[in-house]
Design a protein around this ligand. Structure first.
Ligand code: BTN
Length: 291
């Protein structure tokens, strides 16, 4: 019901009356009014005028009903410490593949190598649970697939010429647009789940906290819908993961978008920092470095 009401409000040239919505949905005006009130309570800027209801432009909220067909697998929060922790609990409890945890802000967002991921409002922060039928040694192929999905989506649907930095950062003009973190568990040698956590700078201003970072809104010159970005990513990524060949040649398909191959690089791990020329990526996703 909420989804249909939002659809009417978004399609209305100006306002839409409660009477019209109640007729089109076959429910009473009181029911419409109750749903509108509940939408207002969850953050939608809906105003009631004498002629009907109006939704303010630019409302960009992540709620399950904004993702038709995915409602049961989406867990949307205003604020959490980290979506990784919630997704890990859900995965251990046996949630289905493509369960997604989103948060408008994180108070303890985690990055790679034990770093913090600053997560103010306006960014897109989520973790997706995957259950690929794969040996654990190939777990990182899933993050390569996620990175490739983003690059293609951003290029094809948003005109943003993003590239990939091994292992899975998205860069635009050498500035970091997005980072990815993965966690996995295995039984024997086979994966039970891989959780991929993604932070994408959308309408936030990351440069203040993180020099060298960039947000999509800055590149596009206007705010963008996190909902549309997430829906577009999940649809493409789920198709890729459902395809039996989806991961088979993923490294070969990833390489043309890699911006760091055949360039001098500095690799920082939790144990050491090494420099060399990034020559290639092997079939497990490991970087081959010439020293
Ligand atoms: C990195 O580049 O260091 C990886 C950053 C990953 C950040 C995302 S935001 C959603 C998910 N929850 C977290 O706490 N971290 C990941």
């Amino acid at each position: 019901m909420k989804r249909r009401i939002l659809q009417f409000l978004r399609e209305a040239p100006d306002v839409i009356s409660g009477a019209e919505m109640s007729a089109r949905l076959g429910v009473s005006r009181v029911t419409i009014w109750k749903h509108v009130r509940s939408l207002q309570e969850t953050g939608y800027a809906i105003t009631a005028t004498p002629k009907g209801y109006r939704l303010a432009e630019g409302t960009d909220l992540l709620h399950p009903w904004e993702f038709p067909g995915r409602e049961d697998r989406l867990h949307c929060f205003d604020e959490v410490a980290s979506t990784m922790a919630i997704a890990r609990d859900l995965a251990r409890e046996g949630c289905p593949a493509f369960t997604v945890v989103t948060a408008d802000r994180q108070t303890g967002g985690r990055g790679r190598l034990g770093r913090a991921w600053h997560s103010p409002p306006g960014g897109l922060y989520f973790t997706v649970v995957l259950r690929p039928n794969l040996p654990a040694v190939f777990s990182s192929l899933t993050t390569f697939a996620a990175g490739l999905t983003w690059v293609r989506l951003l290029r094809e649907a948003y005109g943003v010429h993003a590239g990939l930095k091994w292992p899975n950062d998205l860069l635009v003009q050498e500035r970091k647009l997005s980072g990815m973190l993965s966690e996995m568990e295995a039984r024997g040698e086979m994966l039970t789940f891989v959780n991929i956590g993604i932070g994408l700078n959308v309408n936030n201003a990351p440069g203040r906290q993180t020099p060298g970072a960039v947000a999509l809104a800055e590149l596009a010159g206007r705010p963008l819908s996190r909902r549309d970005l997430l829906a577009g990513f999940l649809d493409r990524f789920e198709r890729c993961m459902a395809d039996p060949q989806g991961l088979a040649d993923i490294i070969a398909r990833w390489k043309p978008f890699a911006v760091t191959l055949n360039r001098p690089v500095k690799i920082v791990t939790t144990r050491e920092t090494v420099t060399g020329i990034a020559r290639d990526v092997d079939e497990t996703g490991a970087l081959l470095l010439e020293r």
